[in-house]
Design a protein around this ligand. Sequence first.
Ligand code: FES
Length: 234
Amino acid sequence: MDRREFVETCSTGLACITASMALPALAADAKPHPYARVLLTDERGSALRASQLKAQTNYVFHYPFEATPVFLLNLGKPTQAQSLSTEGKSSYLWPGGAGPERSIVAFSAICAHQLVYPTQQVSFISFRKTKAGKGLADNLIHCCADHSQYDPAQGARVLGGPARQPLCAVLLEHDPKNDTLTAWATLGGELFEEFFRKYEFKLSLDVGPKAKQAVHGQAAVRELDKFCRNTIQC
Ligand code: FES
């Protein structure tokens, strides 16, 4: 399903069902929150090809604001639409991954528990191909701060720990002709206001006055290990 179909489907309220043949009928009341359409690029500013993404590898870009990090993952396997809900009981339908295999997913990298996020100095949260010491399973996004664990194949549903809602999804559109990826919206529980409030001083030092500016045009994707000096492995 492409972006337009997804918006139309969920706007009519009819058939979020068609988004996922396997799902039961749902009343999805949270809609995608559109932001600027932003082309994902490599570090040199060339359009990133979806087929370039290594499977089960942490990539990071910033969207929808200059200071808000997002995990980009090629899970290496197809994903399916999921019915989820926010802490405030707002239900929504995550449409599944993008790309020819529906394996490419993106989620805000701001932990839904206490807003831990990857910086250039350190990251306590990341996708773990092999389960963490206190992990429940392989292939989860694990926050080492308090061990919240999210399943990226299920729309970042919470599988363990104190987080009370999935990571906010970032919706991607894949252009099959050029094999490019464009971010265009978020879906689910945004925590950006809380994030900017909590880290105002740190973000002013790390990112400067652009921290709250919306990203426009394009966003550079980096491997987490290149973006961040110290990836904590709990
Ligand atoms: S901040 Fe991530 S689990 Fe507490």
